[in-house]
Every structure is written in structure tokens, then in C-alpha cells.
Design a protein around this ligand. Structure first.
Ligand SMILES: Nc1nc2c(ncn2[C@@H]2O[C@H](COP(=O)(O)OP(=O)(O)O)[C@@H](O)[C@H]2O)c(=O)[nH]1
Ligand SMILES: [Mg+2]
Length: 59
């Protein structure tokens, strides 16, 4: 997969903040610090589009 121009749209916490439009949606679920944000950055080939944090989860 080649992602050419990734953009951070919004970090939405309520329904009215959800972006309009009919683009496909992907769910990525997991505990805190398991590497969700790092995985997104790998997918879009950017170092810090999704902010990563603290120490890796050990368990
Ligand atoms: N050892 C190791 N650390 C990782 C891996 N993926 C992410 N991390 C680290 O785990 C921490 C949490 O990752 P992050 O992507 O912020 O997790 P999120 O909370 O699920 O979004 C960061 O310090 C990452 O650098 C991995 O595959 N191996
Ligand atoms: Mg994260």
C-alpha cells in the first residue's frame, strides 16, 4: 500500500466532531501503549503523524 499524502484530520471524542464525508473507515483497537500509533505511522510512512508515547507495554 502506498499512501501519498496523509493528513491528520481530527481527534474526535464526540459524535458532532466526526468528519463529514463517505470515505472508508478503519477500526484499530488495542490497549494503551501496544503500538497502535506506531502502526499507523508505519502504514502512512511518517515518523509522527500519529503521536506515540512513553514506554512500550510489556504485557
Ligand atoms: N519494542 C517495541 N516497541 C514498540 C513497538 N511498536 C511501538 N513501540 C513503542 O511502544 C510505545 C507505545 O507505542 P504507541 O504507538 O504510542 O502505542 P499506542 O498507545 O497503542 O498508540 C512507544 O514508545 C513506541 O515506540 C514494537 O513493535 N516494538
Ligand atoms: Mg496512540
Amino acid at each position: 500500500m502506498i499512501v501519498k499524502n496523509p493528513k491528520f484530520e481530527i481527534s474526535a471524542v464526540t459524535k458532532k466532531q466526526y468528519p463529514a464525508g463517505n470515505l472508508p473507515e478503519i477500526v484499530l483497537a488495542g490497549k494503551s501503549n501496544v503500538g497502535k500509533s506506531s502502526f499507523i505511522n508505519t502504514l502512512v510512512n511518517r515518523k509522527n503523524l500519529a503521536r506515540t508515547s512513553s514506554e512500550p507495554r510489556e504485557n
